[in-house]
Ligand binder design. Structure first.
Ligand code: PMP
Ligand code: GLN
Length: 380
C-alpha cells in the first residue's frame, strides 16, 4: 500500500512498554498510573450498567456528563460553555485532537506545532494534507519555555491552527499568564484557530494555577480545548475525554466526530458524570502528584542525573550527560534492559529526532515502585 504516513512507525510508548515487559524492568516510560482508581468510580460505572445505560448515548455525549464538564470548567476557569452546543465527549483526548485537526485543516494549510511535541499531532496534520510548521522550545536555567517571537515569525497567511499543550508532555513545563498574553497578541486580528491540549490540567504544582485557554475570552473564542478523564481519574484505559469549543467550531467538529466514532461508550459516561459531582478528586490531584514528584526528585538528588524543572504533568525529565554520551534512544534502551528502569527518549518528541541528552520518567507510580526504581537509578 502507498502509505499515507510513510514516516510513522509504532509509537515510542508501545515500543518502550514492550521492552520493559521483556526486560522485566520497572516501567517509568509510558505515562500511566500503576495504582488503582477509586472504587467509587468503578461502582458508579457498575451502577450505570445495572441501570441499563447501555445503548448509544447522544452523538455529542451523555447530557449528564456534558453538564458536569460545563460546571467544572465554569467553576475552575470562569468560562461558561453551552451544554448542548459546545461540549463533545470523545474517545480519549487522542480522538479529540485528531478530529479537531481533521475538521479544520485543509490541504496546504499550515499548523504551528511547538517541539518537543506529543506524538499524535503531526500525523493527524499529515492525514489532513496540512503542513506542520515546527517551532522548538528553548531551554535555560528555568527549564523549557516557548519562544513566542519565533512563533510569531512562523505565522503566514496560510496559518490555520496553532497547537499548544499545557502542562506539557514531555517537558513538564507549564504556560504562565504571560505566555497566554503573548499568544493572544499573535492571533489577535487573524483567523487562526487554537487547539489547546490540557489533558494534565489538574497536575500543576507549587501552588501555581492552570492557565487554561478558556480563562481568556479572546482565546476561548477561537479555541478547541481538550482534556482526558484517563489522566485525571487514573483510568487511562477507559479512553474517555472531551473537547470544548464555541458552537460554530463545535458544529464542524461534530461533522467529523459523527463519522469518526459517532459516540463514546455510555456506562463510562454516566459513571464519570456521577463521580464528578464531588470535585475533591481533581482538586486534590496537584497535592497527590506533587508529593510523588518530590519523592522522585529527592531520590535522584544525589545521583548522576541532572533534574530539569517539573512544574506540571506526571513526568520528570533528566539530563544524563554525566553518565553517558549515548543517543537518547540508546540510553533509554540501556536503562531498560541493563538497569531495569524504562524511560522515554525525548528525541521521540521531535520530528527530526533532535538529541538533547534528556530522557523522561513517569512518576505516576506507587511509592514502592518509585523507591525500587530510585534504588536502581542511584547506583548508576
Ligand atoms: N495529549 C497528551 C499531551 C498526552 O500526554 C496524552 C496521553 N498520553 C494524550 C493527549 C492522550 O490522551 P488519551 O489517553 O485520553 O487519549
Ligand atoms: N501519553 C502517554 C505518554 O506520553 C502515552 C499514550 C500512548 O501510549 N499513546 O506516555
Amino acid at each position: 500500500l502507498n502509505s499515507r504516513l510513510p514516516a510513522v512507525g509504532t509509537t515510542v510508548f508501545s515500543r518502550m512498554s514492550a521492552l520493559a515487559v521483556q526486560a522485566q524492568a520497572v516501567n517509568l516510560g509510558q505515562g500511566f498510573p500503576d495504582f488503582a482508581c477509586e472504587r467509587s468510580l468503578i461502582q458508579a460505572v457498575n451502577e450505570a450498567m445495572q441501570a441499563d445505560f447501555n445503548q448509544y448515548p447522544m452523538m455529542s455525549g451523555a447530557p449528564v456528563l456534558r453538564q458536569a464538564i460545563v460546571a467544572k470548567i465554569a467553576s475552575l476557569y470562569g468560562h461558561q460553555y453551552d451544554v448542548e452546543r459546545e461540549i463533545t465527549v470523545t474517545a480519549g483526548a487522542t480522538q479529540a485532537l485528531t478530529t479537531t485537526i481533521l475538521c479544520c485543516v485543509h490541504p496546504g494549510d499550515e499548523v504551528i506545532v511547538i517541539e518537543p511535541t506529543y506524538d499524535s499531532y503531526v500525523p493527524a496534520i499529515t492525514l489532513s494534507g496540512g503542513v506542520p510548521v515546527l517551532v522548538q522550545m528553548e531551554t535555560g536555567a528555568s527549564g523549557y519555555s516557548v519562544p513566542w517571537a519565533k512563533v510569531a515569525a512562523a505565522v503566514t497567511p496560510r496559518t490555520r491552527l496553532i497547537i499548544i499543550n499545557t502542562p506539557h508532555n514531555p517537558t513538564g513545563s507549564v504556560l504562565r499568564a504571560s505566555d497566554l498574553q503573548a499568544l493572544a497578541d499573535i492571533v489577535r486580528g487573524t483567523d487562526i484557530l487554537l487547539l489547546s491540549d490540557e489533558v494534565y490540567e489538574h497536575m500543576v504544582y507549587d501552588g501555581a494555577r492552570h492557565e487554561s485557554v478558556c480563562r481568556y475570552a479572546e482565546l476561548a473564542a477561537r479555541a478547541f480545548v481538550v482534556s482526558s478523564f484517563g489522566k485525571t481519574y487514573h483510568v487511562t484505559g477507559w479512553k474517555v475525554g472531551y473537547v470544548a469549543a464555541p458552537a460554530s467550531l463545535m458544529a464542524e467538529f461534530r461533522k467529523v466526530h459523527q463519522y469518526n466514532v459517532f459516540t463514546v461508550n455510555t456506562p463510562m459516561q454516566h459513571g464519570i458524570a456521577a463521580y464528578m459531582a464531588d470535585p475533591r478528586p481533581y482538586l486534590e490531584l496537584p497535592a497527590f502528584y506533587q508529593r510523588k514528584r518530590d519523592l522522585f526528585r529527592a531520590g535522584l538528588q544525589g545521583s548522576r542525573f541532572e533534574l530539569l524543572p517539573a512544574d506540571g504533568t506526571y513526568f520528570q525529565c533528566v539530563r544524563y550527560d554525566r553518565i553517558s554520551q549515548q543517543t537518547e534512544a540508546e540510553f533509554a534502551e540501556w536503562l531498560t534492559t541493563e538497569i531495569k528502569v524504562a524511560a522515554i527518549p525525548v528525541s521521540a518528541f521531535y520530528q527530526q529526532g533532535k538529541e538533547s541528552g534528556i530522557v523522561r520518567f513517569c512518576f505516576a507510580k506507587q511509592d514502592e515502585t518509585l523507591t525500587l526504581a530510585l534504588e536502581r537509578l542511584q547506583k548508576i
